[in-house]
Design a protein around this ligand. Structure first.
Ligand code: AMP
Length: 281
């Protein structure tokens, strides 16, 4: 695996792949990698002959009060993990490579970007969409893999790629969880021992809704109440939102007929966690 930090070295390597007729898959990350990220690399590997992963902690998707400075940056370990997963290039640009002096173009996604994550983090999708468009412009991949863990983000990026004809196929990858159900996240290391013991309640809430759906419950409020009840049983959780949405448009469903997506966000102490689960007949 080659580690590349600047845009022109990356462009030269990508050009050599293109000349050889290779198909390029891209996995953007903020590092502090776990098995969830590595599953994206494995999916990318299965879909293309070359895999480029990026590590860039994107300042524009953090609000001033958020954890940009504290965000973990274990680059040596991440690099070993990516090499072991069969990645060809680790692109680890610095801030000035991604946002050169004079950078002045921002993408403001609408549609599925409105509500939920945006309601709590109004800056977030503008930062994510802009950095992903910028990284697509640097890497020029054929396809890019994003986790279903951040389902709203996946839809926002897919829509952007279509709306702007970026020529990148956006592929979703299922959530990887710890044995007790907690969705893997780089932020899980912020949890105290006690919070970590309470954390699986989030997934247990989603499973409670899926079980009710499985025995025929279709009313969204009843399903959401089951989620909220389960989470409320853990004292340190503060639920921010729980909703059942149509999977492609992210519009709330009052009744869930054939399928829906239960989405939620909660704070556990000072750590913010998000998760989701599909309901399917
Ligand atoms: P991040 O480094 O947190 O920005 O995430 C980079 C990519 O990894 C995003 O596409 C996430 O959706 C994805 N991802 C993060 N956690 C998981 C997980 N537990 N399972 C699957 N994908 C994940």
């Amino acid at each position: 695996m080659r580690t590349i930090q600047n845009g022109s070295a990356l462009a030269a390597e990508i050009a050599s792949y293109r000349a050889a007729g290779e198909k390029i898959a891209f996995v953007p990350t903020m590092g502090a990698l776990h098995d969830g990220h590595l599953s994206l690399v494995a999916l990318a590997r299965s879909r293309a002959s070359r895999v480029v992963a990026s590590i860039f902690v994107n300042p524009s998707q953090f609000a001033p009060h958020e954890d940009f400075d504290a965000y973990p940056r274990p680059l040596a370990r991440d690099s070993e993990l990516l090499a072991g997963a069969g990645c060809d290039i680790l692109f680890a640009p610095d801030r000035a490579t991604v946002y050169p002096p004079g950078f002045g173009t921002w993408i403001e996604p609408q549609g599925a970007a409105l509500g939920f994550e945006s309601a709590i983090r109004p800056h977030f999708f503008r930062g994510v969409a802009t950095v992903v468009a910028r990284l697509f412009g640097l890497v020029h991949p054929d396809l890019a893999v994003f986790g279903e863990k951040d389902y709203q983000q996946l839809l926002v990026i897919r829509r952007m790629a279509r709306d702007l004809d970026l020529g990148v196929e956006v592929v979703g990858c299922p959530i990887v969880r710890e044995a007790d159900g907690l969705a893997m996240s780089s932020r899980n290391i912020y949890l105290s021992g006690d919070e970590r013991r309470q954390a699986p309640r989030l997934h247990a809430g989603l499973v409670a809704a899926r079980e009710l759906f499985g025995v025929g419950e279709r009313n969204s409020d009843v399903l959401k109440n089951a989620v909220a009840r389960e989470i409320a049983a853990a004292p340190s959780f503060e639920l921010q939102y729980v909703e059942i949405v149509e999977v492609d448009r992210f519009t709330p469903l009052p009744e869930v007929d054939d399928r829906g997506l239960v989405i939620l966000a909660a704070k556990l102490g000072s750590t913010r966690l998000i998760d989701n689960l599909k309901l399917e007949r």
